[in-house]
Write a protein that binds this ligand. Sequence first.
Ligand code: HEM
Length: 273
Amino acid sequence: MGLVEFATSPWGQTVPIHIAFYLIWVAAIGGLAFLIVHAIYVQFFAKKEEFAPSAYPAQAAANVPAKVHRHTLASRLFHWVMSVAMFALLITAFLPRVGFPFDWVTYHWIAGLVLTASIVFHIIHASFWLDFWAIWPDSIDIEDAKRRWSRATGKSAPPPRKFAKYPMENKVYHLAILLSGLSVTLTGLFMMKRVRTPLFTRNPYIFGDMTWGLMYVLHGLAGVGLIGLIMAHVYFALRPEKFAITKSMVFGSVDREHYLEHHDPERWAPTSK
Ligand code: HEM
């Protein structure tokens, strides 16, 4: 039972054709197991997170706006357009493989183009209008991750500092989504040359069988990876302690209390707009 399915090309070469589709179940069941284990851990074993005291003066903390701005309208619209496209892609790609066959390919590539356009928008928007570096782990995040690990494994270490705009786990998640998202979009755009669309002439001969096979495999692997990533994302978004962040993706801001409890104003300056 391999990870990839192979076929014999007209020239007698053994070539990969796509992933083995039982991986859909591996991702879904693995994702579910992670959620259950995490929920039990938080409920029964996790200690309340302790942060190092901030150097931010108490006086200034009182002046933090009641609603601290977190996401622009453009960022929120991007997020929700991307999420609709992502769900449409997962549903059209995987439902036919798990016993609900339908004519999925056209819906799939249309959703794929919406996702691709939203990602292109996001890259330009984040590079020129947002703080591009806010989402990448910095040296403080890495040092604090080591401190957290030491403390969780019973060694002595100073408490970690409060977060900048994005906690370390959100930054790592963004990196995983970036890699899988770029893999599905770049391969998906080429794969459109193999299917009939009204946009251009179909031409399956731009690549050889081996290249096509590897492309389908990468597309499929990144796709099943996204099943687990999206499950984890929705689970964390619905967890009570993270719900303030989810609300900020609808309304644009977090409350002062949430901000002061989790974020260091020295690392992420509070603004009301
Ligand atoms: C969440 C993102 C995505 C997932 C989970 C996903 C999943 C899949 C899967 C499992 C297949 C079947 C591959 C196979 O038979 O080996 C597929 C095919 C395909 N996908 Fe995606 N995909 C995603 C994004 C995209 C994007 C962004 C595009 C286009 C821009 C795209 C275009 C296509 C095309 C053209 C096919 C080929 C259909 C065929 O050959 O019959 N996909 N996708």
